[in-house]
Design a protein around this ligand. Structure first.
Ligand code: BDR
Ligand code: CA
Length: 374
């Protein structure tokens, strides 16, 4: 292993040291093996994914932002907070705080939507605490958002770099849908959209819907109908990556600003959830979504034709996936249009959906990156 370390650059060596530092607190199974360490401590790749991170921080968003900012496989061009887990008045300063903690104030942060496209905002303070960061009070951010809105910034970056930029959307899809609505010819210029949201196996806020799609079903529908290459990392896999006590301890043991902040946020949130009797664990939905871009082998993807329910009184935000045709609609009402006037859509895969996950591999990656020295 040492030979391996010394064959890498200094940054990699420091990373290795940080992981070793945290090792005292960690069972061996949670530590990167020499093989995975070599994978996860790669020197800056020549061709990193250029991404815009659209997010509603949010406890797991915070961890996902840290993971993205500490991974050389990703080049984060901008961060665009949106309302969701908490209102925009909190997600925006939270994003600024997280960028400061990670020492990445070079990344523009632009304010996104304060409300879903057409619905009243429903938040998830019950899961993320009143301030969205598990109740941990970090200082007021010193940096400010840029003057452009999230929509303006996303449009400008995408138009200046056609076919180069992927959007990683880990909150409600309001900002992304607003971009597509306001600039109808932009879709072919977006390389891909990687989405934390949806589920083909039941919801987490209603029996039908996952939270991000529930908050803004109309936005999710616009995105899934856009023709842009999509990857959907939904509850089918994200509910299998539950953060454990030992992993929080490993973050607390490593002495970097990012690991310390991540440890504090996760510790506070777990304590809070335990007190409220919600001890089912806390899933790393958003970090897994970022991780699969860094190391695609953490999940298995399968082609689906995914549509989003927007009209169901009980089911709005539900994602329905066809692995093959024929695609069917509910039977027309007697009083409705004749069936010939409402043809059923053709089966055509529009998303790669994560259907399996390797939780251990994911956590090794996450911990290696969050505990590494800069
Ligand atoms: C999604 O909802 C939010 O609460 C999380 O941050 C994640 O993006 C999971 O359903
Ligand atoms: Ca989120």
């Amino acid at each position: 292993m040492h030979a391996k370390i010394f064959s890498h650059n200094r940054r990699d060596f420091l990373r290795a040291s940080a992981v070793t530092l945290a090792a005292g607190a960690l069972p061996a199974s949670l530590l990167p093996s020499s093989k995975t360490f070599a994978t996860y401590s790669s020197s800056t790749p020549s061709n990193p994914h250029r991404i815009i991170l659209d997010t509603d921080p949010g406890v797991d968003d915070a961890i996902a932002i840290f993971l993205a900012l500490r991974s050389p496989e990703l080049h984060v061009e901008a961060i665009t907070p949106v309302c969701g887990n908490v209102p925009l008045s909190l997600t925006l300063p939270n994003a600024l705080r997280l960028v400061e903690i990670a020492g990445r104030t070079d990344i523009p942060v632009a304010a996104g939507a304060a409300t879903p496209l057409v619905r009243r905002l429903v938040t998830a303070k019950y899961a993320h605490g009143n301030n969205g960061l598990g109740g941990v009070e970090f200082p007021e951010p010193k940096i400010k958002p840029v003057s452009e809105t999230a929509t303006e910034l996303i449009r400008r970056i995408v138009r200046a770099n056609p076919g180069e930029i992927s959007i990683v959307a880990i909150g409600p899809l309001t900002n992304v849908a607003t971009v597509l609505k306001s600039d109808p010819t932009i879709a072919p210029l977006i390389k891909s959209i990687v989405i934390m949201g949806g589920s083909l196996s039941g919801g987490n806020i209603t029996p039908a819907a996952e939270f991000n799609f529930y908050v803004d079903p109309e936005a999710a529908r616009i995105v899934f109908d856009s023709g842009i290459p999509l990857t959907m990392v939904g509850l089918d896999v994200t509910r299998k990556v539950i953060i454990r006590e030992e992993q929080v301890r490993a973050l607390e043991a490593a002495q970097t600003p990012v690991s310390q902040a991540a440890g504090k946020i996760l510790r506070a949130n777990l304590d809070r959830l335990n007190k409220t009797g919600n001890a089912n664990g806390f899933a790393m939905h958003d970090p897994l979504t970022v991780a699969q871009l860094i190391d695609p082998s953490v999940v298995t993807l399968k082609d689906f034709f995914v549509e989003i329910e927007t009209t169901g009184e009980l089911t709005a935000g539900q994602s329905l996936g066809y692995a093959h045709g024929p695609v069917r609609r509910s039977p027309p009402l007697e009083t409705g249009l004749p069936a010939a006037d409402s043809p059923e859509p053709e089966f055509k895969p529009n998303a790669k959906v994560a259907v399996e996950v390797e939780p251990d591999k994911f956590f090794r990656l996450l911990l290696a990156r969050l505990t590494a020295s800069a």
